[in-house]
Design a protein around this ligand. Structure first.
Ligand SMILES: Cc1ncc(COP(=O)(O)O)c(C=O)c1O
Length: 397
């Protein structure tokens, strides 16, 4: 490997949310942080070099998303996902969550219903709630080893909604939705007159044997109702740069959304944003991406081998994309509050509580394996020891 993903890059004392937020999350700081969805790998050198070049120019002035930025995005989505788009279909948005906010502002009003599919990335609920929309919680259905969509429930719940927020690939369960599933979502939403914001931030991190299908490409219906949100930020470990983009194929939808984005001055990235995106969406970027994913996949293999051995009641949902692993801990027989207590106070591990993703996430915890192998090994060691020494039949005592 050209890049060293084993390297420990110290993050304490650097305003790093994963560390600074520990007291709020866990009530203590002597825990191993495996929560916030950024990676502990060094941001790739071609990104930091692009920033250095920009700094060297000497003026940190207003900067705009040049044609070359949008062309780089077009080439990238064609290369990775076979998606044919032109630069006019692309707009910078500050973040994917901001893109969701901007879509809510453009296409819905206060009091309108917005459908999400829980368990799901919590801002899908928080942003509509904060803007006075009514959140309709369509539930995914548990399968033996993951989750799937329940189309009858979706058809029922979508009635009266204005917008659906889709997570594709899905966070926290790491599912790459199939073309057939997405076609059914498109036809249900089109029939109900509902637009779909497809959050595809994890789409460039598909793992072996799986495929990302962009929602907007599955049918004519999908094309006409889709607002796609993507970013180089997760894949290339630079969410602090704040650089995402929207792709809208339908002209009327695009006019409405992009003019709201421009009118509210949200299409202006910071001085580093476009350089960073351009640096990632290259051959060199793709090489780094593939090496990073191979490493993450080995972390997942390590967990898959270790967990049944050291804590058999914890079942891992093997992610099909990205570096987040959803752990089904229901067989431990603990209440959700006890489960959180076990991870924090017994195993001394800071994971994301499954409950934050919705009621269906109770009994689950989300573990971030975008980190050096030694961190995953340390986590398994702490978990094994806590599991071995805890009396689960009488946990409260
Ligand atoms: C599904 C999903 N969407 C959006 C985000 C955040 O995106 P941004 O930082 O661009 O707002 C995350 C981060 O974890 C995520 O998992």
């Amino acid at each position: 490997m050209k890049y060293n993903f084993d390297e420990i890059v110290p993050r304490q004392g650097t305003d790093c949310y994963k560390y600074e937020g520990l007291m709020d999350l866990c009530g203590r700081t002597d825990v191993l942080p495996l929560w916030v969805a950024d990676m502990d790998f060094r941001t790739p050198p071609f990104v930091t070099e692009a920033i250095s070049r920009r700094l060297g120019q000497g003026i940190l002035g207003y900067t705009c998303g040049m044609m070359s930025y949008k062309e780089a995005i077009c080439r990238w989505v064609k290369r990775l996902h076979g998606m044919d788009i032109t630069p006019d279909m692309v707009s910078y948005v500050p973040g994917v969550v901001s893109g969701i906010f901007l879509a809510l502002q453009t296409f819905t009003e206060k009091g309108d219903k917005v459908l999400i599919q829980q368990p799901v990335y919590h801002p899908f609920r928080l942003v509509p709630e904060a803007t006075g929309r009514i959140v309709v919680q369509n539930e995914l259905r548990r399968t033996a080893d993951s989750f799937e969509m329940d189309f009858d429930a979706l058809r029922r719940d979508i009635q009266g909604c204005k917008l659906m927020i889709l997570c594709n690939p899905h966070n926290p369960a790491g599912i790459c939705w199939s073309r057939e599933t997405l076609q059914r979502v498109a036809s249900i939403c089109a029939e109900a007159g509902v637009k779909v914001v497809s959050d595809e931030i994890h789409c460039d991190m598909v793992l072996t044997g799986h495929e990302h299908v962009p929602f907007a490409t599955v049918s004519e219906e999908a094309r006409d109702i889709a607002i796609t949100l993507q970013a180089p930020s997760k894949t290339f470990n630079m969410p602090g740069i704040v650089c995402s983009h929207a792709i809208v194929l339908n002209e009327a939808l695009r006019k409405a959304y992009f003019s709201y984005i421009e009118g509210t001055d949200q299409d202006l990235g910071n001085v580093f944003a476009y350089d960073c995106a351009r640096a990632c969406y290259t051959d060199e970027g793709d090489e780094w991406r593939q090496q990073m994913l191979a490493y993450v996949e080995e972390n997942i293999d390590y967990l898959a081998e270790a967990l049944p051995r050291v804590c058999p009641a914890i079942k891992m949902i093997r992610p099909e994309a990205s570096f987040l692993v959803f752990l089904d801990c229901r067989a431990m027989g603990l209440s959700h509050a006890e489960l959180e207590d076990f991870f924090i106070n017994k195993a001394r591990l800071a994971l994301n509580s499954g409950a934050m993703f919705g009621t269906l996430g109770e009994g689950y915890m989300r573990l971030n394996v975008g980190c050096p192998r030694s961190t995953v090994e340390q986590a398994v060691k702490q978990l094994a020891e806590a599991y071995r020494t805890t009396d689960f039949t009488d946990y409260a005592d």
